[in-house]
Ligand binder design. Structure first.
Ligand code: FE2
Ligand code: FE2
Length: 403
């Protein structure tokens, strides 16, 4: 290897030409790109999109240009500007586009940058199969980059994330982790085709510093200050992000709201109901205590009553799929119980799972980084795969839309 470098160094002219050619071939250097880019929804995913882009320093005249893909001319929107916590110069520019066409592709770019990004709105009715990726506990770098690239390659309609992102704990001295996390989304989750996948993101314990979650609130327009909320997709899907005792307590106001919100949507038997939260009700690594017992007490009976067939939970840094559970009892048929999927190992260091004899409620548990990929067809069951870092499917299963 040493020899090769020395040989290369002997050809100064060749090296110079190579540098010029490379400069022409590589389109935009990463330094010319935005510092961060997050798409999510605050309202109807079929007609709106919230776009946040980050800049290293304030822009004199920030504008977002957008258009239906293939249309001529650009529409200009003025973003709301805010400072990113603990980074005096960094700015977040936010635009919520509304009145969009359902199931349509849009292009956008900050004014002054040539290459557009693009996204797709969700269908108003479920006339095609939706592709969804889910996971949690991302970490800012390392395996994060690989799972991001894997997620992008699956071309999902959106991503469900369940807390613990950069592991900055909302602290000023950990700002570098936030910056790195954003860059690794920009460079690996967005990818060379510049397709941006919207994310719906619940809060985790590593977002919180005492009672505040400054980076989480700056990073995700949804769910906002309350740190829990629901998004309705037409007449076919509702996704809840819930807060497992991080900024909001489980017992009290949040559970009262969740009970009402869930019951209202459960009235329509066609609607798929998906809760996403951080601490697991049925952990694969940690013991059954604390917040886990709060979830079992306050939310599990609500899931069971409403006909929820699956819930995403995280925090334990391993893979798990429970048996269908009803009242703590294992059911033989997924249509008779709730299946809990987790346990948050998108990019975080994996942990050793509990011995199977200790956790009879688990159908599968493994210490492995992974993501869930699942399809929601217009009719019939949901089809799931758990994929490892290499993209290998190590668990495949189907779940009914409702119990
Ligand atoms: Fe956690
Ligand atoms: Fe974690």
């Amino acid at each position: 290897m040493k020899q090769r470098w020395r040989d290369f160094g002997d050809y100064g002219i060749t090296r110079g030409i190579l540098a010029i050619v490379l400069g022409l071939l590589i389109p935009a250097a990463a330094e010319d790109e935005v510092e961060g880019l997050i798409l999510t929804w605050q309202r109807d995913p079929s007609t709106t999109m919230t776009i946040d882009w980050h800049e290293a320093a304030p822009l004199a005249k920030p504008r977002l240009l957008h258009r239906r893909k293939g249309a001529e001319g650009w529409t200009s929107a003025t973003p709301v500007e805010s400072k990113f916590p603990h980074a005096p110069e960094r700015r977040v520019y936010r635009v919520e586009l509304s009145g969009l066409e359902p199931d349509a592709e849009y292009e956008f770019r900050p004014a002054g940058r040539e290459q557009p990004y693009h996204f797709r709105t969700m269908p108003a009715r479920l006339t095609r199969t939706l592709r969804v990726v889910a996971g949690g506990d991302t970490a800012p770098a390392g395996v994060f980059e690989k799972i991001n690239a894997l997620a992008a390659s699956l071309k999902p309609d959106f991503i469900l994330w369940g807390g613990d992102y950069s592991y900055s704990d909302g602290q000023a001295r950990e700002i570098k982790k936030e910056i790195l996390w954003h860059r690794n989304i920009r460079d690996h989750l967005i990818g060379p085709d510049r397709r941006v996948i919207p994310v719906i993101a619940a809060i985790g314990n590593h977002e919180v510093n005492s009672t505040v979650a400054p980076y989480y609130e700056a990073n995700f327009a949804f769910p906002g200050e309350e740190t829990y909320g629901v998004l309705d997709f037409g007449d076919y899907l509702s996704v809840w992000v819930l807060d497992t005792n991080h900024r909001a307590r489980i017992a009290g106001k949040q559970t009262d709201w969740f009970a009402e919100s869930l019951a209202a949507r459960a009235k329509d038997p066609r609607r798929l109901l998906i809760p996403v939260y951080h601490v697991p009700a049925y952990p694969s690594v940690r013991k059954d205590e604390g917040t886990t017992l709060d979830i079992r007490k306050h939310w599990v009976p609500l899931f069971e009553k409403a006909g929820v067939s699956l819930a995403f939970e995280h925090h334990d840094h391993a893979y798990k799929r429970t048996h269908p559970l009803l009242g703590g009892e294992i059911q033989d048929d997924p249509a008779k119980g709730v299946t809990y999927l987790g346990d948050g190992a998108w990019g975080a260091s994996i942990r050793k799972v509990r011995p199977p004899a200790e956790v009879p409620h688990l159908a599968v548990s493994r210490s492995v980084n992974h993501l869930f990929f699942f399809e929601i067809p217009p009719d019939g069951p949901l089809k799931f795969q758990a994929l490892d870092v290499a993209g290998g499917a190590f668990d495949r299963f189907e779940l009914p839309r409702r119990r």
